[in-house]
Design a protein around this ligand. Structure first.
Ligand SMILES: C[S@@+](CC[C@H](N)C(=O)[O-])C[C@H]1O[C@@H](n2cnc3c(N)ncnc32)[C@H](O)[C@@H]1O
Length: 228
């Protein structure tokens, strides 16, 4: 039997999880029905509005855009929406979902950085339902990359499930049941609020805010004018 790829072989792992639309939908958000999928996109948009805001002149970039679940509702509100993902299958599904929008750019990335996106060229970077699938170092690498590609006064939003919440703990316990050799490479690994806040601050973001109202950590920050 073939051994499974390691967690950090993101391209291999996520290409295999997105060979059909329904499989991709299930791994993106756990639902296949279009109405339910659309509702989850609207919910994420509300979090973006409440944290970083989306303005009509903004260039907005999503790290790990999946099938364009969120891009579909964000792109119509901004100047340009750039969807980045490690899996070309995901990007093809996004292209199909967003085919009626003319302000969409899709970028296949390596899984470790935003190479190909110019410095100081973006107003908002967000990354939702992705950090739980990454190694901590790669989470931080993306925060650093977000800092690089953001213009002065650019905003960042990232989230993860919260280890310190009851729901996060339940997931942790459920996944503890896998023997080490059988842990699926994409299973959720929570963050703590301190971990995410540390990444944002160490990368140079100001006005960092960490929200922990439910089982999630929702973090935002600003790249202040003159920040290096
Ligand atoms: C659970 S889905 C979430 C998709 C989208 N953000 C959403 O909320 O609908 C995780 C996405 O992250 C992508 N991904 C996984 N590892 C990645 C990495 N290292 N770099 C960029 N994208 C990655 C996967 O291909 C997948 O599309």
């Amino acid at each position: 039997m073939d051994s499974q790829p390691s967690r950090s072989e993101y391209k291999k792992v996520w290409s295999a999880l997105s060979t059909t639309l329904d499989q991709a939908k299930l791994h993106v958000i756990g639902v296949t029905e279009e109405g339910a999928l659309q509702a989850t996109g609207e919910e994420t948009l509300r979090f973006l509005h409440d944290t970083v805001g989306i303005g009509k002149d903004d260039v907005v970039l999503e790290i790990g855009c999946g099938i364009g679940r969120v891009g579909k509702v964000v792109a119509p509100l901004c100047r340009k929406w750039i969807g980045c993902d490690v899996a070309s299958n995901m990007l093809s599904l996004t292209a199909e979902r967003l085919k009626d929008l003319s302000n969409v750019e899709l970028v296949e990335i390596s899984g470790y950085n935003l190479s190909g996106v110019a410095d100081a060229s973006v107003d908002v970077v967000y990354c939702t339902v992705v950090f739980m699938h990454l190694e901590p170092w790669d989470r931080y690498n993306y925060v650093l990359e977000a800092f690089r590609v953001l213009r002065p006064n650019g905003r960042i939003y990232v989230d993860n499930t919260n280890l310190c919440s009851d729901g996060g703990w339940k997931v942790f316990e459920a996944h503890r049941a896998f023997s080490p050799a059988n842990r699926p490479p994409h299973i959720t690994q929570n963050s703590t609020p301190q971990e995410i806040e540390t990444y944002l601050r160490r990368a140079g973001f100001s006005e960092t805010r960490i929200r922990t109202n439910d089982d999630w950590i929702r973090a935002s920050g600003i790249k202040q004018e003159g920040a290096q």
